[in-house]
Structures are given as C-alpha cells and as structure tokens.
Design a protein around this ligand. Sequence first.
Ligand code: MD6
Ligand code: FE
Length: 209
Amino acid sequence: MMRDLFDTDSLEICPGMVLLRQFADTASLQPVLESLLAVSPLRRMQTTRGFYLSVQSSNCGQLGWVSDRRGYRYSELDPLTGQAWPDMPAAFRTLAQQAARSAGFAGFDPDGCLINQYVPGTQMGAHQDRDESDVDAPIVSVSMGIDARFFVTGSERRGRSTAVDLSDGDVVVFGGPARLHYHGVRKLKHSEHPRFGAVRWNLTFRKAG
Ligand code: MD6
Ligand code: FE
C-alpha cells in the first residue's frame, strides 16, 4: 500500500491529506468532461441566503451535489434538466479509485462527482464537505487547467492556513483525520492553460449515499 505513495511524486499536506502531483492525464479527460456538460450544463448554484456561488457547477454519477434556497443536498436528478445526472465515465471512476488507493484509501467507490469551473477572479470560501452520508470515505479532488491556490485551515474555519498551489493534473486525496477540515480556494489569478484556456476545472469524487 505505501509503495504506491512513494512511487509517485506525492506530498502529505497534513495527516490524511495527500497531494499526488501530475497524477491525472487531463488531455484524455477533457473530451469526456465536455460530453458530460452537453447533458447536464454548467450553472451557478444559489445559497440559502440567495447569493450565487462564483464558480459554475454540474455533476455526474448517481448523486449530484446541489444548493438552492432550500439548502445543500445530494440529488439523483439534475434540477435544471429534470433528468438523472450523466453516468460517471469509467475513466473518471478509475482515476478516482487509483488515486485513493495510492494515498492509502483502498476500496473507494465514488457515487458522485461534483464538477466546478473557475475563471480568473472566482474563489471558493472556506468550507467543510459534510453532506455525504459516509464521512469515513475520502474525497478525491482532480485539478485541470490553470493553477489555483488551495488552502486548509483545519478544524476551525478561520486561523492559520496551509496553502498549496494546485496545477493541471494534480490530485488531492482528503480523508481520515483531515476529512472534515475546512478548506477553500483563493481568488484565481489570470493565466492561460494551453488546452483549457483561462479556466480551472475541479472534479471532486465523493461517496455521498
Ligand atoms: C477546489 N476543492 O479545489 C475545491 N473539497 O476547487 C474542494 O473544495 C475539495 O479539493 C473536498 C475535498 C477536496 C477538495
Ligand atoms: Fe470542498
């Protein structure tokens, strides 16, 4: 189990949070992502207070994360289309399972993937991911496109943070003692990626149900 961890370029950000640099082949994921968004398009989700998140979102898999005036939850249906979310592509599932295993979380079986699109100027405030029924399972996060500064504060929303710059192909596995840590993404700086342009994509694979 530990062998995998040392075979790839990996870094433990804090106990339970492992960064696998350049783990994902994003050139092959890009057309797969585009086909998903043709079925369930990007949209800006609303908070209970009526604000819109600055990122645009969609999902694939059995359960998709949705937020609106009624709150946050996982849903089997895309509220925009009234249909099921597109199936999780095999290439997505396999990547998430291999990353989890490399980080020491064998047997991870995601049932949902949240897709977030960032453009320069957007950000993600400090939050916990705790809407999943099984918080013993890790979350696997895949970054594509332009760089972003990811930060973790730990069990408190505010306070000292640890920062790491995430680049195209980087994967963060987030579990164990770090699973409920507060984390977020600083406001994106302008840059261009040769294939994705001035955009960052983040895929988070979850065991939600
Ligand atoms: C992002 N990531 O990288 C935001 N959540 O755009 C997250 O919010 C996140 O990276 C749970 C687990 C891993 C993550
Ligand atoms: Fe998160």
